[in-house]
Design a binder for this molecule. Structure first.
Ligand code: ATP
Length: 334
């Protein structure tokens, strides 16, 4: 059976890494059909809108999106496209797996963990941001809800269950931020009680940072609020060699968007130098999300085998291959 997904080719290196990724997905025989939709600078030029209604309609129809990085023009009062998409489709869970890959500049070899970040509330609600008239005092509102906490913690446990993972760690600061972080932790404990087969651990965020750097292999699934998740997920990407290998998913009830964590890399755009792996690993997440576990595993193994053989790696990984050379090397190992 074929499934149609919305494909957003994006800006900068976006089209190059998308070409490479779709080439590999076709070789994989995942039975996907692509509905291309514009967003970002390309859409602004063509439709006069960074996120045109036709693109939103395509996402609403297909519910699954593979998206390359987008540029939000600086100035002109544009809201970040990624933030707009999260709000529009209520994409409440930001899911970022990190795995140690062979032959990367990483300090560790045994990391295999997923951070699940609450994506819609917490410190990022952009409400009540005020600076006093004398410029001496600034305030902002942090809002955490039972509903928001429950759905993201439940997502983390369901993800753990579906992937045979053993432990969920809730990261918080409830000892100091008793209201918001306290509510998140309370709800996390309640949800955890429904999953006795999965170990539940609580960890204060400062300790979590130290533990991540000292003994990252102890973590399996980490779930946390918006601000802590934003910071921890980049820290985790750094543990396995940086953003070039970091995929992410934004999951909601009615849509899911899979993307590379890195940006549009304007410095290397159009030169065939970009590493397609982050978007490709996002495609692995997407295949898992749509129930194609076997294909996801085949693709992941082919990526690892290609890196192990140092075959046609791109410059950021120490090789001399082009984006498409790397893609072909991966495809040949499927
Ligand atoms: P943006 O404004 O879109 O975030 P940026 O240049 O500020 O763009 P990134 O796009 O994340 O941020 O790039 C940071 C650095 O990492 C750049 O030097 C870029 O060339 C490099 N980089 C990012 N993605 C890749 C990739 N897929 N392959 C190789 N290098 C990459």
């Amino acid at each position: 059976m074929t499934q149609t997904i919305t494909v957003i080719r994006g800006d900068g290196i976006g089209p190059e890494i998308m070409d490479a990724t779709l080439f590999i997905l076709d070789k994989l025989g995942a039975g996907l059909q692509y509905e291309e939709a514009d967003a970002g600078v390309v859409a602004l030029e063509k439709h006069g809108d960074l996120m045109p209604q036709v693109t939103l309609d395509s996402i609403a129809r297909n519910k699954v999106v593979l998206k390359s990085p987008l540029t939000t023009p600086v100035g002109g009062g544009f809201t970040s496209i990624n933030v707009s998409l999260r709000r529009h489709f209520d994409l409440y869970a930001n899911v970022r797996p990190v795995v140690s890959f062979p032959n990367t500049k990483s300090r560790y070899e045994n990391i295999d963990m997923i951070t699940v970040r609450e994506n819609t509330e917490g410190a990022y609600i952009s409400e009540g941001q005020e600076v006093s008239a004398d410029g001496e005092t600034a305030v902002s509102i942090t809002r955490v809800t039972r509903k928001g906490s429950e759905r993201v913690v439940r997502y983390a446990f369901e993800l753990a269950k579906a992937n045979g993972r053993k432990k969920v760690t809730a990261v918080h600061k409830a000892n100091i931020i008793k209201s918001t972080s306290g509510l998140f932790l309370k709800v996390a404990r309640e949800v955890a009680a429904e999953y006795p087969e999965i170990e539940f651990q609580e960890m204060i965020v400062d300790n979590a940072c130290m533990q991540l750097v000292m003994r990252p292999e102890q973590f399996d699934v980490v779930v946390t609020t918006n601000l802590f998740g934003d910071i921890l997920s980049d820290l985790c990407a750094g543990l396995v060699g940086g953003l070039g290998l970091a995929p992410g998913a934004n999951i909601g009830k009615d849509a899911a968007i899979f993307e590379a964590v890195h940006g549009t890399a304007p410095d290397i755009a159009g030169q065939g130098k970009a590493n397609p792996c982050a978007l490709l690993l996002a495609a692995v997440q997407m295949l898992e999300h749509i129930g194609q576990q076997a294909n996801a595993e085949r693709l992941r193994k082919a990526i690892i085998a290609t890196m192990e053989a140092k075959d046609s790696l791109t410059g950021d990984l120490g090789g001399t291959g082009s984006t498409m050379d790397f893609a072909k090397a991966i495809a040949s190992r499927l």
